[in-house]
Design a protein around this ligand. Structure first.
Ligand SMILES: Cc1ncc(COP(=O)(O)O)c(C=O)c1O
Length: 406
């Protein structure tokens, strides 16, 4: 698991929030970037990784096998980051791809049920399950107060026909972290598959699947993993793999004697024994080059250090916003996503609460990138943020209140 990693030139002592790290992200010089929950910003070494791929294409200087080393390497780096082994990691396109791979492969029988908090999940963790109702499964909507995922209610909703629970590690709004340990421990006792939509936490909060009771975890590299859109990972715990029969199949996912993805193997194939059984056809190679570079950087920083850094800044930001008398959402578990206002007082990109609209406007005018989601003003932190970003937000919002005559 600790095979040698590619090294980022001249960045051997990267520290969260340091000027050296911030200098790698052009967007950090141009904006106060607080929107990792929406999308990544590209660091120079990651862009250089993609440029190397494009150079190879331009000059016909590497073949497919050479490019696919980046797929192998990114898979290994992601496995190392989350305390898994590479054979438990499938390379996917995005979260939806990973969740659907499990949903469609899962051996449901008619009358089995799946638990989900419809009021708290991203649509891409809802439609896969609505679609599985065709197979005769019951979708149980577990309601939580104010759009929250209520782990106690989830546990109370489990019965002998519950086969799978699907939850976000951190919801896209209000940005609350789910108590995966409590939920997963109960799932383990009952043999229920715990599937996690991990895109809001991957690369930012520390994960260790050798300890966390998680059976499946889907993410893309388009947020905290700091890579490109269209590339992602699906973790499936080894003891589940041979019970999950992929619905789609290509040479990539088939265990058919030779390893060449273009050569026909034997007709008497089986799905690969590892998570690669979910991989389909050619890879997003640009995404693989980017992921190799971004995961190298994140591993150098260390996800424990990143988590400690963002949680400290998040506390400071919440305290400051509370001092300004703004309606700060109070998460039950520490989270790097800070939201203001009522959940569902609006929707995607707008709020019915004029205070949220105004806060968003003044922040935008001051070059602070935040988002409006589910009617809330949302800010998310990552390794490149520092105290000056927090001060900027508080100064801008304090001035806005002064101007508004508070
Ligand atoms: C919690 C969550 N799940 C899923 C997604 C996106 O899913 P996909 O990678 O399939 O586009 C997002 C993106 O905003 C998200 O916040």
């Amino acid at each position: 698991m600790t095979a040698s990693r590619p090294v980022l030139a001249n960045n051997s002592a990267l520290l969260c929030g340091s000027p050296e790290l911030r200098a790698l992200f052009p967007a950090v010089a141009e904006t106060t970037y607080l929107s990792i929950c929406d999308k990544m910003i590209l660091a120079d070494p990651i862009r250089q990784g993609v440029d190397r791929f494009l150079d190879h294409l331009t000059h016909a200087s590497t073949n497919r096998v050479g490019h696919e080393e980046k797929v192998t390497s990114s898979r290994r780096l992601f496995a190392e980051m989350v305390g898994a082994t590479p054979d438990e990691i499938a390379v996917t396109r995005n979260v939806s791809d990973g969740l659907n791979s499990v949903a469609t492969a899962f051996p449901f029988a008619e009358g089995d049920n799946v638990l989900l908090a419809l009021g708290a999940e991203h649509p891409n963790n809802i439609y896969p399950w609505l679609h599985q109702q065709r197979r005769g499964i019951e979708l149980r909507n577990v309601r939580g107060v104010a759009g929250r995922i209520d782990v106690d209610a989830m546990i109370a909703a489990m019965d002998s026909r519950t086969r799978l629970v699907s939850v976000a590690s951190v919801s896209f709004a209000p940005g609350e972290r789910t108590d995966i340990t409590a939920l997963g421990t109960e799932c383990r006792k009952r043999g229920i598959f715990l599937l996690v939509d991990g895109v809001q936490s991957a690369g930012i909060l520390h994960h260790d699947f050798s300890n966390e009771p998680i059976d499946g975890f889907a993410t893309s590299t388009s947020k905290g993993l700091l890579g490109l859109y269209g590339y992602g990972f699906l973790y499936v715990k080894r003891n589940w793999l041979d019970r999950l029969m992929p619905v789609h199949m290509s040479r990539t996912g088939a265990d058919a004697e030779n390893d060449d993805a273009s050569a026909m193997g034997t007709y008497d194939y089986r799905p690969r024994p590892d998570a690669g059984r979910f991989e389909l056809g050619s890879y997003n190679l640009a995404g693989a080059y980017a992921a190799e570079a971004s995961l190298t950087m994140l591993l150098e920083l260390g996800t424990r250090a990143i988590e400690a850094h963002v949680l400290e800044l998040a506390d400071e930001l919440r305290d400051g916003l509370n001092r300004l008398g703004l309606p700060v959402f109070a998460p039950r578990l520490p989270s790097h996503v800070i939201t203001l206002g009522e959940v569902d007082a609006g929707g995607h990109g707008y709020s019915a609460d004029p205070r949220m609209t105004r806060c968003h406007e003044v922040l935008t005018e001051a070059g602070v990138v935040s988002t409006l989601r589910r009617g809330q003003l949302r800010m998310g932190l990552h390794c490149y943020n520092n105290r000056s970003d927090i001060d900027t937000v508080l100064e801008v919002l304090q001035d806005a209140r002064r101007i508004a005559g508070h």
